[in-house]
Design a binder for this molecule. Structure first.
Ligand code: M6R
Length: 614
């Protein structure tokens, strides 16, 4: 989704802004723009498409980007919501006088009313965006104080925003404001970089201050002041240290971030369990939950919320926590939970799962739950993100930055953390010490098994070569592997735009099997577990209708080998841990299918890494 970068300091702003925008490319966008300010002169450029188009445009018109002066500037990648992707709609946007320019993430919900009001006051609009009203509102309210002008303007605004504003009138500052759309301040030596995402600033500084909703800040090159927009008081903020490494946001020799991230999964798994297993007590140590330990002991029902892959990981969690901890669990799409009047009796807790920690639907669902006085927990990857800060307690994934739009390593890490949570909750309830130790034992065996699954990459590529021109796929699994069927289908459709659906294997005969013919392959996740024979019967049903079958299993079974067309054998593990291993071939299959179909693997069309609007 849209990305923001702002710079003020001693250096030339333009190269830093463009570099920051490139770091945000993974979030998804369709146009980009930049403005720098050199004393009283603006340099402005916008272009549709990739940042390299913008860069080429600048180079063509002005020579190298380094030649453009200006130590202050703002830049933006836009993912179109109001108005098509075009130069006129690209940010930054300006007022009538051209003195006030701003970039904005989020949606101004009452922009129609504001636009009519401003037009009546004589303002002329040139774009179709909701954002432009903000620039005119600042102009309308400017009385010699830029901070005050934005503060007053925002009183009239309904919706969400992360805003960075510059003006010729006060060229030594940036004004930023946040409500519902992330913004952070990177504090360097004699320079400050603001951004919507940590990856835009880590090349320059590891010191960061996170803005909260309702905060507005005045930023100069060597200091900043943050105010609470409601109480109008200055707020003292902690400077946090970023632990991510610049190498983590580079491809390091891989063709795509997605492949790199798939191959990082052993490390990611180890990071998720590191320091969290207590073998002698057969327990998991989850420090983040200790804050609300008493409340957690009293949980009688858990509602897991998330979107996309995070939701699918939650379904694995549902099986894990119900079976291992004996707590009833329900799954809700965050986008539905926020608008339904769920019955939230005493003892209910909400667990939000989110890689980015910024997904608008998940955040709104958390806020709704908090409003109703319910205990809120989170499994979040991005440290300092809004969800991580707003839940009562939580667990970080420590999976490092995930750049590819399609979630791979973080899904793996979410499942790993859910196993730990099932262990933690289980040991507080019915789980015996020996079962706790058995889980820990096998968790410790998994890293080498993950490595083994990764060696199947070439084999999986060959399977993809057989099937890459197919137009439809079904993914099927039972119990712990049912959510993997959904995840396998999601990966294939988001990367290759091939129609794919996930079903519980037993559901096929209730309707979907009508679609099956020789051109509709089915991908089964069928380890040798308590439902293996049931899966075999479901495969027979597909075979009898000439459907092709690809299967992931952990047993070379004669009956299985007779039915399937292609078999991927992964190592054996406990039934409840199988998703951690079976996941990898699904990711690799989706990856190779996308490459073979010549799709933009890391940045699939129409998608954004972090969905910060409804
Ligand atoms: O950042 P989040 O985990 O909250 O994001 C949730 C979904 O938007 C995300 O998982 C999405 O489905 C990915 N494209 C999946 O690959």
């Amino acid at each position: 989704m849209c990305g923001i970068v702002g710079y003020i300091g001693k250096r030339k702003a333009l190269p830093i802004l463009l570099n920051g925008l490139k770091r945000l490319e993974y979030r998804g966008y369709d146009s980009a723009g930049v403005i720098t300010l050199d004393q009283k002169n603006f340099f402005i450029e916008k272009e549709v498409g990739k940042i390299k188009n913008l860069e080429e445009k600048i180079n063509k018109e002005f020579g190298e980007v380094d030649r453009i002066d200006g130590n202050v500037g703002i830049a933006h990648t836009r993912w179109a919501t109001h108005g098509e992707s075009s130069v006129k709609n690209a940010h930054p946007h300006k007022d009538c006088s051209g003195k006030f320019w701003l970039v904005h993430n989020g949606i101004i919900e009452n922009y129609n009313e504001l636009k009519s009001f401003l037009e009546k006051r004589g303002h002329k609009f040139i774009s179709d965006t909701d954002t432009e009203v903000l620039a005119h509102l600042v102009e309308e309210n400017y009385q010699g104080n830029l901070l005050k002008a934005l503060e007053t303007a925002l009183k009239k605004v309904e919706g969400t925003y992360g805003i960075v504003l510059v003006s010729k009138n006060e060229p030594d500052k940036l004004i930023v404001a946040r409500k519902g759309s992330p913004l952070l301040i990177g504090v360097g030596k004699d320079e400050i970089i603001v951004a919507s995402d940590v990856s835009a600033i880590i090349s320059y500084t590891d010191k960061v201050v996170y803005l909260n909703d309702g905060e507005i800040a005045e930023i100069k090159k060597d200091n900043f002041k943050i105010f609470n927009n409601i109480k109008k008081e200055e707020v003292a903020k902690k400077i946090n240290k970023i632990t991510w490494d610049i190498k983590e946001i580079e491809k390091s020799g891989f063709d795509h971030f997605m492949l790199k991230e798939i191959f990082e999964q052993k490390e990611v798994f180890l990071n998720a369990i590191k320091g969290r297993l207590l073998f002698s007590e057969g327990k998991a140590k989850l420090g983040g939950l200790d804050l609300v330990a008493d409340k957690i002991r009293k949980i009688k029902r858990l509602i897991i919320i998330g979107c996309g892959s995070a939701y699918n990981a939650g379904v694995v969690g549902e099986y894990l926590i119900e079976n291992l901890a004996g707590i009833p669990v329900e799954l809700e799409y965050a986008s539905e939970f926020r608008y339904r009047n769920s019955v939230l009796e005493d003892g209910v807790a909400i667990l939000a799962i989110s890689q980015s920690g910024e997904t608008a639907d998940t955040l709104a669902a958390i806020r709704e739950a908090k409003e109703k006085g319910v205990l809120t927990l989170g499994i979040v990857n991005v440290v300092g993100s809004t969800i991580s800060r707003e839940v009562d307690a939580g667990i970080y994934n420590h999976a490092g930055p995930e750049i590819s739009v399609a979630s791979t390593k973080v899904f793996m890490s979410q499942v790993a953390v859910l196993v730990l949570m099932a262990l933690y909750l289980g040991r507080q309830r019915k789980m015996s010490l020996s079962q706790g130790r058995e889980i820990i034992d096998e968790l410790q065996n998994l890293p080498k098994k993950i490595d083994k699954v990764l060696t199947l990459n070439d084999e999986i590529k060959k399977i993809a070569q057989k099937y890459f021109s197919m137009k439809n796929f079904a993914f099927l699994g039972r119990t712990y592997n049912e959510p993997l069927a959904f995840e396998g289908a999601l990966k294939l459709k988001e990367l290759s735009y091939i129609h794919a659906e996930g079903f519980p294997s037993g559901e096929m005969k209730h309707g979907p099997i009508a679609m099956i013919d020789k051109n509709f392959p089915c991908f089964f996740i069928a380890p040798n577990d308590s439902v293996f024979k049931k899966n075999l019967s479901n495969m027979e049903e597909i075979k009898s209708r000439q459907g092709k079958i690809i299967a992931i299993s952990n047993k070379k079974d004669k009956k299985l080998e007779k039915i399937i067309d292609d078999l991927i054998i992964i190592p054996k593990t406990k039934e409840y841990l199988n998703p951690i291993l079976a996941l990898i071939p699904l990711q690799l299959f989706a990856y190779h299918m996308a490459v073979l179909n010549k799709k933009d693997v890391d940045k699939p069309r129409n998608l954004a890494k972090s969905v910060t609007v409804e």
